[in-house]
Design a protein around this ligand. Sequence first.
Ligand code: 8GP
Length: 829
Amino acid sequence: GPNGALEATHPLALAPVTGPASNVDGFVRQFLRNLNYERGVPLSASSPNDQYFAFAMTVRDYLMARWLEDLRRQRVTQSKSVCYLSAEYLLGRQLDNNLLASGLTDIATEAMAQCGIDIEELRAQEVEPGLGNGGLGRLAACFIDSLATMSVPNIGYGIRYEYGIFRQTFVDGQQVEQPDAWLELGSPWEFPHPEFAQTISFGGHTETYDDEGVTRSRWVPSWNVRAVPYNYMVPGYLNGRVNTLRLWSAQATNSFDLRVFNSGDYEEAVRAQTYAENISKVLYPEDSTPQGKELRLQQQYFFVAASIHDFLDHMVADDFGLENLADRVIFQLNDTHPVIAVPELMRVLVDEKKLEWDAAWAITQKCFAYTCHTLLPEALEVWSVELLGRLLPRHLEIIYRINEEFLLEVRERFGDDEIRLRDMSIIGEFPERSVRMAYLATVAGAKVNGVAELHSQLLRDKVLPDFNEFFPGKFTNVTNGITPRRFIRLANPELSELITSALGTGWLTDLERLRGLESYAEDPDFRAAFREVKAANKRVLSDVLRARDGFEVSDGHMLDVMVKRLHEYKRQMLKLLHIVTVYEGIVSGRVDAASVQPRTFIFGAKAAPGYAMAKRIIHLINAVGSVVNADERVQGRLKVLFPQNYNVTLAERLIPAADLSEQISLAGKEASGTGNMKFALNGALTIGTDDGANVEIRQLVGDDNFFLFGMAEPEVEALWARGYKPAEFYQHDESLRRAMDLIASGAFSGGDRSVFEPVVSNLLYDDRFMVLADYASYIEAQAKVDAAHADEDAWTRSAILNVARCGFFSSDRSMRDYIDRIWHTPPAF
Ligand code: 8GP
């Protein structure tokens, strides 16, 4: 038929077949069919893993018809799609989310019961796909959930890492990394499509040639790999929509193998295959720092080149004029990791489609937008010209030309201001010649956004002020958000029920409706019910931590939680100094233990494997925990728990049980934070600095319902300018001195003073993140926390108001902001 379509006549073949019947019998029948025909086992002999697979496949089957229909519609309507390009998607478990989205939870639970299967055991089988490091990767996962729920056509493109973020274990209190073999037993959620593989090239050289009188450039690469797409369903919440997440897996190409095979070197051939497949082997476990490794650049180019070609080959109709490409797609760059997509699209348009440079550049500048997720200067990614030119020689030429024309325009506007030209050049010259990926993204992107008001403002005014002046209107803000489906409805079913009992349904897709809870904050019955929810969540957490880590969570304790990647700028050390201060106060007899609110401090944090200071801090937290938890004198008052391997699954348990949320980064360093939003929406109060989205949380919940402390960003700047001497804070603050001295004394390291010496001296003599400068203010704020917690009713009232006033932080709102300010995609079709 035309365009290769089948000429089917059977009525069933004309539309996607519908799924199984939406009732318990239909579910049971399909489940058993999957168990028998897909797993090849009878129910009587099936393992929990077989059952999990058959169960997941059954859920899939219900979503399938909608998915196929949405894929078809995206192609047929040719309306503008969002292609989210992200090296990370920290998805968390899929099963419950997909049950919720399809409205099958009750039917499925009853169906399993009738098969004699405990659905909890099935849930426990799923290994979460940890294909991300932290905030940036989890944000991508929240965004694709919201887009599906809002019926916005979207493809999430990324990498199918064979090994996700490492599994963290503690040996003698120190972090030891284990590989995350999440695919060991396979995944029921993925659909490989080797027939749609793309060939991705690397290396070689460029040359010019005569093309009917026109001199053109072309790339003659020296090796290539196959990129095989794996599709994952991204179901919208109860709206019958299913978008696609397409992750690429690297395989050796036949030509690659053949050449080596022909040379008769079997071993070399196998080695070559390993080399190719290494590209999608493992996620770099780096958070907020770049990795200047060749393999990392290979990963980046691998997935964006595959994605661009995939979209152009399969999603853009043949008669859709390339000059209008921006009406068909916006490629959103999640940080700089996918920015090599810019020269790749230029290469396709100029070298392959033979467009004029200017026409190609005009298209490219409309097809990309860039989100920046950091302010740490050392975290801005650069690639050495040497490496980039070796791996992607044609792309380097294209980047040079983009830069040349850009600097020409800068010169026209600002004259021969050589310093400014150096500062704005996409190519940096020192300490080595390199490509500044954030600059490339800024020059190429239609829009550049930060991820919270403060961050966007600092990005515009402090990090890229020249670019802001040159490109007025290019910079904008979209404050991050979180999906309430996963982080309220699934993580906190009891709170969800309580909210629904007050507000009715509908709030999960219109989170501002939580405002309606404000009046309930004054209702004693509602407050009692709210407290009971928190208590129930603590019991659930207690069971989880007992089973998982052998911990006992004491009844009646305030749960004070700090969970996020371990990074000096996030200041886990400040939290620790508070704990040591309280502990030292009690054991020295200066503070009456009975006057201290019973608290359990919970940490969760992974350190990048190469980040020595972060690992030492983990060691120190565990060491302090061992001593404090074993000390009779603080029994029943203080406890420090550090469950290993903090991940999305654990977050879903910890956050709903928390009373106090620790968001204590140095002002100006945390771009946004998203954990802060999750805690507030689950009724924890925040103790936090004026940083990232904390600023917006505090504005919304009000000062009475937020424990603010520490320097604001301008004060941080001023202190730096004056010359920061951390040792002076140590000398002038007795309480700080006692805490630091106790650590230095070896009290937490069996008398060995050398173990934590690097941590102590770093604070005393360097302290880049001004822990000591904010210590006094933090301790003071913690005293206010204690006092506030003593008044149960007032605390609950504040907690309810936090929930009521944080509806703004739904990622649905973030998506609306992206649509209004950046994407301009039409409303759902
Ligand atoms: C994080 C920011 O640190 C965090 O404040 C923000 O909420 C989150 O992004 C989402 O916007 N940044 C990163 O995770 C990050 O830079 N990671 C890249 C190095 C992998």
